[in-house]
Write a protein that binds this ligand. Sequence first.
Ligand code: IPM
Ligand code: MG
Length: 360
Amino acid sequence: MTLIRRHKIAAIPADGIGPEVIDAGLEVLQALSARASDIAFDVTAFDWGTDYYKRHGEMMPKDGLHQLKPFDAIFFGAVGAPDVPDQITLWGLRLAICQGFDQYANVRPTRILPGISSPLRGQEPGDLDWVIVRENSEGEYAGQGGRTHRGMPEEVATEVAIFTRVGITRIIRYAFRVAQSRPRKLLTVVTKSNAQKHGMVLWDEIAAEVAQEFPNVTWDKMLVDAMTARMTLQPESLDTIVATNLHADILSDLAAALAGSLGVAPTANIDPERRFPSMFEPIHGSAFDIAGKGIANPVATFLTACQMLDHLGEGDAAARLMKAVEEVCAAGVMTPDVGGTATTREVTDAVIGAIRGSNL
Ligand code: IPM
Ligand code: MG
């Protein structure tokens, strides 16, 4: 008798193109489980997001985290809508989950996929193959600060970045582990410690301390401004990158653009200690301008599903999905954002077809 490994997935499609790409992602997961009969996904969908907010005055119920806690992973679409302030939608759902579940490692792999062209001159698949590890629990997104004298000429606002020894140490250690698991064993630690002389200098010091634990990883330091130039001019010199919440936010958009499109960029919000479910989402956001048109690029969500499968211990299924996506991209079945003419449906069907036919 085959033992079936069942994974409980909470799907939160939320806003804009979120439902379109999550539907596509769920179909692909079902195709993987049909292909390998020992994997099953029990999916529960949650209708939280901006529509829910308009009906209930909150982005998710008060016990939302409690409802999510028993799941093995969260498969998340996108939040944000043109008619509700971003800080409500974001802090009410996505950041509430990331922070409530202490998903302190945000992992953003970036590669040039076959068939997709990079704006970088002469770059081919393989020349750009990075993993950006973003600190996801503190730093510039700590939510500390305030405003006084509202509306007065002397109005002030503070936005305080928080850097703790615990927070820095755990993310840098995680990044060293990621670097160690990759063939090149190469880590670049990004800060702005020339100008910001407290928190960023602490990053540098802790990086040097943690590096002692990883003698087989080669590491270097970059200032974030110089890093943008290095990513553009010497992409092949980089492999794993770790940076603060805001710096890595900015660098990951640059990375996605250099790899061809935000439409193919995945991300994982990981609790490395596995106390809570981790959350997997495409980076692109809700993209209301194309919502409902059937042309959203599902590739970022498929690659996000690969990260989820890896996290769930389903490395073979992750590899099978990755290979299917690569085949479909190489065959030119792509949505308009990456220069193709295919719809979300067509790309999804092609990937499902490739999974069925795969001999992996
Ligand atoms: C991302 C996004 C978010 C972030 C926005 C929507 C707040 O840009 O996931 O990179 O900055 O974290
Ligand atoms: Mg961003």
